[in-house]
Every structure is written in C-alpha cells, then in structure tokens.
Design a protein around this ligand. Structure first.
Ligand SMILES: *Cc1c(COP(=O)(O)O)cnc(C)c1O
Length: 428
C-alpha cells in the first residue's frame, strides 16, 4: 500500500504540484496532502487507511455525505443506460423543473458542467442582454477561473484590470471593476462613475471563498437598488450557497430580510451536481431568451446536462427536500459552531464563527470580519498549527484559512462531539 507521501511524490512527477486544483496541495498549511481512497457517510479514508471526519465534502457538493444509497442507486441506473449522448434527455427537463420549483426568481435554466463555466456564461449573458461591457466584482469573491473574473484588486475605488494571475492580460480584465465587499460607499461611487457602462454586478451572497463573510443587509439592499436604477443586472453567484444554506438558497434568506429582493441572474453548482460535474445559470425568461439558439449570446457544451450528472443532482435535490432536512442540518452545524466558540473561549483563544444551513466558517479573530482585508489579518501560523493538530486527530478541515467548511446530513452528534474534543486539545 503506497503512503500519502509516496503518492504525492509520484503525482508531482506527472501533475503540476501533484494536484488538479491548487488548494489540494496543502501549500498554505504545509505538510503532505492526504490521498483519499474512499468516502462513506461523514468520513473519508486516506491511502494509508486513516479515517477523517470530512468537513470539506468536496468543497460543498456532498450535502448528504458520501455514498448516499438513493443517490448511488440513481447514478448506477443512469450509468447503465448510457454515459452521454450529445442529444437532449428527459432527465435534463426534470432537473431544470426541480431547480425552478425551488428558485422563484428564475423562469429558465441552462445546465453546464462547472461553476466556472456557469459564471463565465452568466457574465456573457449579462453583457449580451444589456449591450454593456463592464461588470463589478468584489475583492475576496471567487467566481471560477475565467480570465475576466480572476482579478482580485488593489485597494481603493475601481481598481481597473489589475490581474492577479499571470496569463490574464490587462485587456481581458479591462472591463472588470473590483470593489471592497460590504462597502456601500464604494459601490455608490462606482455606479455614479460607470453606471451606464455596467452590464452587471456579480457577488457571492455569503462569501465562502474568503471563509464565511455575509453580505450585510445595507450592502445587499444597495446592490439591488443601484442595479435597478442603472439598468445593470444583479448576478448572485450561489455556486456554493445554492441549496446548501437552505432550500431557498441564500437569495431566499435575503428575500425574507429585504422585502421584494430577488437577483436577475442566479448561478448554481456544487450541491446541484451532488458530487458530479454539473452547474447551472438561470434568469427570467426575457433575459434567458438572449441565449443561443434563441438569441445572439453563444454558449454550449459537449457534456452539458450529462445524463449521469443530472441523475446524481436530481437524486440529491430530492433528498434535501424531505421534511425537516435543513432544520436538522442547520442544527447540527450550529452545534459545531457554538461548540467551537465555547472551546475557544475556555482556552482564551480569540475566535469568531458563523454558519447558515450546512455551511460554516471560523476565524482566529475576536470578531467576524466584513471584508477580505480583515480576513487576511488572521494569524496564519496559528491557523496552520490548528489545522494540522485537527488533521492529526482525524478531523479534516479546509487546508486554508480563507475557505468555508461544510457539514453533511451524515454527520452525527458523535462526530461533532469528537470534533469538539479534538479542538479542545488543539486550541489548548
Ligand atoms: C466553487 C465556486 C465556483 C467555481 O465552481 P467550479 O465548479 O469549481 O468551477 C464559482 N463560484 C463560487 C462561489 C464557488 O464557490
């Protein structure tokens, strides 16, 4: 049996950095990545046979835990019927209908294979529908790795086209306006300056790619108002939060707090694929009509609406609609977050944490941060020591301090108790 470090060495010879997505390499926290052999319920098992309580859940999709029987059965049945046809199937309609039933702000969806593809297409759709070039994104929000979206920001208002990835040309990023998250003043100023050129604003309603930072109510209210006033579309990137923070997704949560709130375009991924490559973007009919073959905005995909992926997504969405599902998941997640806060307080460690549905975040900071700059003030060394102490105790947290965590329906009270016991030792 090969060890994790032997596998990592072998992987590093044939795959850059030994991984197919950078955060998996453990660069931020140091040490050897665990090569996962299999998952079962709330647990993953590495190549050396060690068991971990899994708080990554494939970065969100595994809301039912690994190998849920109903999902597994649906996937096996679909696979036996054929992997891919490049022609429409009834299951795509079923999944679209299921998504629309749960998301009242949209009339139609288009299915794609990754969140990156979905956000990229949503931006193109917004530009095509409005005939405008620019869009706003916020520092610390991740929307996949297309060029125009890979711009992070410098400080100050409207940092134009400052690429933060090599290979992104200033041209590709020239129409990306980057602002600070939760900063209403900057947002007002940007709209005053470029309002007429803005196709859309794209935002993570709960920013899970800088750990867990909620859009404040004044910020979300201003976003909606300014987009409407200036004829720009509001794009909610719910790839992470969709069907994860609640059955109504984050937009359902904000609609309860802000009367009449709804986005213009919604983007989903992660949970809607249940662990298979599947994502979607949707809007009202008049916006979606701009997409090919009806309209002039081109968008396509060989594996879009893949029969096995749609079977997996559909089975997952059906399970999470069972009565009490989200209440139980939210209660379990809350138990974890409150427990961690109590353990940290007992040990005099500065600590803050938050959660919604089955998504959580914690910071080694005394108060919940409101933007990326504050998130980055976390003591990284301290976080890394905590991460490794937990990992050694069989608790698999995200290997970077700017990532959210995920609880699944398979996590038991005993799993949470074991996690809190490990945290008590680690924080001490
Ligand atoms: C994960 C994520 C994406 C990208 O999705 P991929 O499937 O990894 O391409 C986009 N937006 C948000 C908010 C995400 O969390």
């Amino acid at each position: 049996m090969a060890s994790n470090s032997e596998l990592f060495e072998r992987a590093s010879r044939v795959i850059p950095g030994g991984v197919n997505s950078p955060v998996r390499a453990f660069r931020a926290v140091g040490g050897t990545p665990r090569f996962i052999a299999r998952g079962e319920g709330a647990y993953i098992y590495d190549a050396e046979g060690r068991r971990y309580v899994d708080y990554i859940g494939s970065w969100g999709p595994m809301i039912l835990g690994h190998g849920h029987p109903a999902v597994l059965e649906a996937v096996l049945k679909a696979a036996a019927e054929g992997f891919s046809f490049g022609a429409p199937t009834e299951r795509e309609i079923e999944l679209a209908e299921e998504i629309l039933k749960l998301v009242p702000s949209i009339d139609q969806v288009r299915l794609v294979s990754s969140g990156t593809e979905a956000t990229m297409s949503a931006i193109r759709l917004a530009r095509g529908a409005t005939g405008r070039p620019k869009f706003i994104k916020f520092e610390g929000c991740y929307h996949g790795h297309t060029d125009a979206l890979l711009v992070k920001a410098g400080s100050g208002l409207a940092t134009f086209g400052h690429p933060t990835s090599a290979g992104v040309t200033p041209g590709a990023a020239a129409d990306t306006v980057v602002l600070e998250y939760n900063n209403v003043e900057q947002l007002e100023a940007a709209f005053a300056e470029f309002g007429r050129e803005l196709a859309c604003v794209i935002v993570e309603p709960i920013a899970g790619n800088m750990n867990f930072v909620r859009a404040s109510l004044p910020f979300m209210t201003a976003l909606r108002r300014l987009c409407t006033e200036h004829g720009a579309l509001l794009v909610l990137d719910e790839v992470m939060t969709g069907f994860r923070v609640g059955l109504g997704s984050a937009q359902g949560h904000y609609a309860q707090l802000i009367p009449g709130f709804a986005p213009d375009i919604s983007v989903f991924g992660k949970v809607i694929g249940g662990g298979m490559p599947l994502a979607a973007f949707g809007a009202r009919r008049e916006v979606m009509q701009h997409l090919a073959p009806l309209g002039g905005v081109y968008q396509a995909g060989t594996l879009s609406g893949n029969p096995v992926a749609t079977a997996c997504g559909l089975a997952t969405l059906r399970e999470i609609q069972k009565p009490g599902f989200f209440d139980a998941l939210a209660a379990r997640t809350r138990q974890l977050v409150d427990g961690l806060k109590a353990v940290a307080a007992d040990n005099g460690v500065p600590f803050s944490a938050d959660c919604e549905g089955g998504m959580f975040g914690f910071f080694l900071l005394p108060e919940l941060p409101q933007n990326y700059t504050t998130v980055m003030t976390t003591d990284k060394e301290r976080f890394n020591r905590f991460f490794h102490a937990m990992l050694d105790a069989g608790i698999y947290l995200a290997p970077a301090l700017y990532e959210a965590g995920f609880v699944s329906a398979a996590h038991s009270e005993a799993d949470i108790a074991a996690t809190l016991a490990a945290a008590r030792t680690a924080l001490r």
